[in-house]
Design a protein around this ligand. Structure first.
Ligand SMILES: *Cc1c(COP(=O)(O)O)cnc(C)c1O
Length: 347
């Protein structure tokens, strides 16, 4: 059967994605640049992201789960996929069969990989985020003995801020990596790239900014938006002064108004925060979101555009740094919560 038509659409700009990767690669100087494509490419769709970045020359893709590695294994050479969460008991055989490479995070994972005859691997050191990785207190030459390490990595906790933790992590990373043999070293995420060449080493691992996220303010002029939302109008009616709109009757019309109902709601990731503050566009005419956001619907005062009709499409501005600041949310959340009812349409 054909793909069911959807009344909600994500227009994803493939050129902007590739331009962002190239811009980050340029900012990474002599380091090569990979791509974090976990969580289904931050909600955009990992396969389409990987196809485009692979074609552009990207050779290192980072996912969190083995299922995410399996989902892209047929479109990139297996050695180019790194699995950040490492290997538990059940994973080693699967990993070897798939040919994706685990990021080993603990002495236990390393022992498991060695026992399973795993071969080439990556290793994560914890230089201060205290989340995943071999900690400074666990550093012992015996742990790494006999390992064939491709990427030796660590992750920055606060690269999006100007805080002493960045240079402290860098210093600890330098100490920790001094005697560990590896083919490549990698420290910086999107924000870390902007901290300068000292942080770049051999390979950078941006995620957020590939997808249009502004990890640090100085990237605002460099990184292009990739994700654009639109939704279809299901119904248009005339309301009188005094009529109440939506759950809880939170909006009362103070004059006769045209009401349009569009097929997008908080189940799609269009948050309830947009109630009475959101704006949608038809062409360049701005229309206000009125009343509450429902699970599958929003209501719009379409009076400024009287010819708006059933079946028309409206666009919904989704400026990541602006919305993150306005709603007190992270840009990562705003991307990854975009639901699977969207028809993801690459242009
Ligand atoms: C998610 C992730 C990245 C990418 O980080 P961004 O902040 O999205 O650029 C890089 N490295 C690791 C280990 C990650 O978990």
């Amino acid at each position: 059967m054909e793909h069911a038509p959807s009344p909600v659409r994500l227009r994803l700009n493939g050129n902007a994605l590739v331009d962002n990767w190239r811009a980050l690669a340029k900012l990474s100087g002599r380091a090569t640049t990979g791509a974090a494509v976990k969580a289904d490419g931050y909600g955009l769709g990992a396969r389409e992201v990987v196809k485009r970045l692979s074609k552009a020359g990207c050779q290192d893709f980072f996912v969190a789960h083995w299922a995410e590695a399996a989902a892209i294994a047929d479109i990139v050479p297996p050695g180019q996929i790194s699995v950040l969460n490492g290997v538990n008991e059940g994973d080693v055989a699967f990993a070897m069969q798939l040919g994706a490479i685990p990021m080993l995070n603990t002495p236990g994972q390393i022992a498991r990989w060695k026992a399973g005859g795993g071969g080439r691997c990556h290793v994560m050191l914890d230089s201060g985020i205290n989340r995943l990785g071999i900690g400074p207190e666990q550093m012992d030459a015996a742990v790494f003995d006999g390992l064939d390490i491709d990427i030796l990595a660590s992750h920055l906790a606060s690269a999006d801020e100007d805080v002493p933790q960045n240079s402290e992590q860098l210093a600890r990373w330098m100490t920790m990596t001094a005697t560990v043999k590896c083919a490549r070293k990698s420290l910086a995420n999107s924000a870390g790239i902007m901290l300068g060449s000292k942080y770049h080493f051999d390979l950078t691992r941006p995620g957020l900014s590939l997808y249009g996220g502004i990890a640090r303010p100085e990237m605002a002029d460099i990184i292009k938006p990739v994700v654009h939302l639109s939704a279809q109008i299901l119904q248009v009616r005339q309301l009188s002064a005094g009529d109440a709109v939506g759950y809880g009757a939170t909006h009362i019309c103070n004059h006769p108004s045209a009401l349009a109902t569009a097929a997008i709601g908080y189940a799609d990731g269009y948050l309830r925060n947009f109630a009475d503050t959101g704006t949608v566009f038809i062409g360049d005419v701005a229309l206000a979101v009125i009343g509450r956001v429902s699970m599958d619907l929003i209501t719009i005062d379409s009076s400024p555009f009287p010819s708006l009709a059933e079946g028309d499409w409206v666009t919904l501005p989704y400026d990541l740094p602006v919305l993150a600041a306005k709603f007190g949310l992270s840009q990562y959340v705003l991307l990854t919560m975009l639901g699977d009812r969207f028809d993801r349409h690459w242009t």
